[in-house]
Design a binder for this molecule. Structure first.
Ligand SMILES: N[C@@H](CCC(=O)N[C@@H](CS)C(=O)NCC(=O)O)C(=O)O
Length: 324
């Protein structure tokens, strides 16, 4: 397989989630560090308009959104995957993934310490206001803090109930599984930020099983990172060259019959629909080469050369339509 390149930035909770997965799996990768705000000039070399972080490349295949990244890594690197094997476990895993994205992350954001330097950076604040359509300022965090603590208390109660029977991991496995990553990454991210506003309502004495599980999670990842190979940092140019000189990771992609009625080869626009600016400013336009119930694949021409790369996105939270 071509070498994986992770496009992320330090401090990204979603980036940390993918890094935790790669570490626990012992999959080697390189990293191409991106700025926290748009524009991201490295991506222009590849002609990628996608706004969010993280995404990964495996050769000339580029995978957007952590949910698709995990599906692909489970399938393309099948030895000792982390995903559940049984249908009930797989279903719970998906539900927990959506729970984290729809609820847990929003709840933990307001616990950020207000003194973090980027929270007083006007470029960052304007960038996030444009993306999310609402303030992400120290004042806005302060206003949301009480509500967040109430919500996290409820989330912890769900986990405490399950972990209360003494299991080590959510599906009672011997090692942390993908479901543990889904459920733990937001909490692990916030509790490791010095000054995070955690108080007695969500303390270790109130939720002992949950906090012990979070502790195990952190140690398991730290141990795997200690054992793993060092991560090479790539510049945008090096990452682009590596991608363009590699093969595709996946041979066959197909366009199936689909409610959109889109056909193979049509020129389409692919974009996210869960923020305020992606549908307008972050559309990847190219030839439709793959369409299944779970995935859209669009071939685009990299700007740095005329070489075609393929961007893959999940169907969930993404739209694909004929490009006008
Ligand atoms: N569902 C997406 C969420 C990704 C996401 O929202 N990432 C944040 C960073 S942690 C982001 O892209 N924020 C805006 C930015 O960095 O440009 C995924 O799983 O990858």
């Amino acid at each position: 397989m071509p070498r994986i390149v992770l496009f992320s930035y330090p401090g990204s909770p979603w980036g940390a989630k993918v890094i935790s997965y790669l570490s626990l799996r012992g999959i080697e990768y390189s990293e191409c560090c991106q700025p926290m705000t748009w524009p991201r000039p490295d991506l222009q070399l590849l002609n990628i308009q996608y706004r969010r972080i993280p995404f990964i490349s495996i050769g000339k295949d580029i995978y957007y959104d952590s949910s698709l990244i995990f599906e692909k890594l489970e399938a393309l690197y099948p030895q000792q995957p982390l995903g559940a094997k049984e249908p009930s476990g797989k279903t719970l895993e998906k539900l927990v993934e959506k729970w984290a994205e729809g609820s847990l992350l929003n709840s933990v954001m307001n616990l950020l310490p207000k003194s973090l330097p980027f929270l007083s950076d006007s470029i960052f604040l304007a960038d996030r206001k444009e993306l999310w359509g609402k303030e992400f300022s120290p004042d806005a965090l302060e206003k949301g803090l009480t509500k967040s603590l109430v919500e996290i208390r409820e989330h912890f109660a769900v986990l405490e109930n399950l972990l209360g029977d003494g299991r080590q991991w959510l599906l009672d496995s011997e090692k942390p599984g993908l479901i543990d990553i889904h459920a733990a990454f937001c909490f692990d991210w916030i509790i490791n930020i010095p000054g995070a506003q955690i108080n007695e309502f969500i303390s270790a004495s109130a939720y002992p099983f949950t906090w012990r599980w979070l502790d195990r999670y952190r140690h398991a990842i730290a141990a795997s990172q200690k054992q793993g190979a060092a991560i090479t940092q790539l510049t945008g140019h090096d990452a682009t060259n590596l991608i363009l000189e590699s093969d595709f990771a996946e041979r066959a992609v197909t366009v199936m019959d689909d409610p959109t009625r889109l056909q193979e080869g049509q020129v389409v626009a692919l974009y996210r629909i869960d923020d305020m600016s992606s549908s307008v400013k972050h559309r990847d336009v190219g030839r439709l080469v793959g369409l299944t119930p779970h995935e859209t694949v669009v071939a685009i021409k990299a700007k740095a050369s005329d070489v075609e790369i393929r961007v893959h996105a999940p169907r969930w939270q993404f739209e694909v339509e004929v490009a006008l």
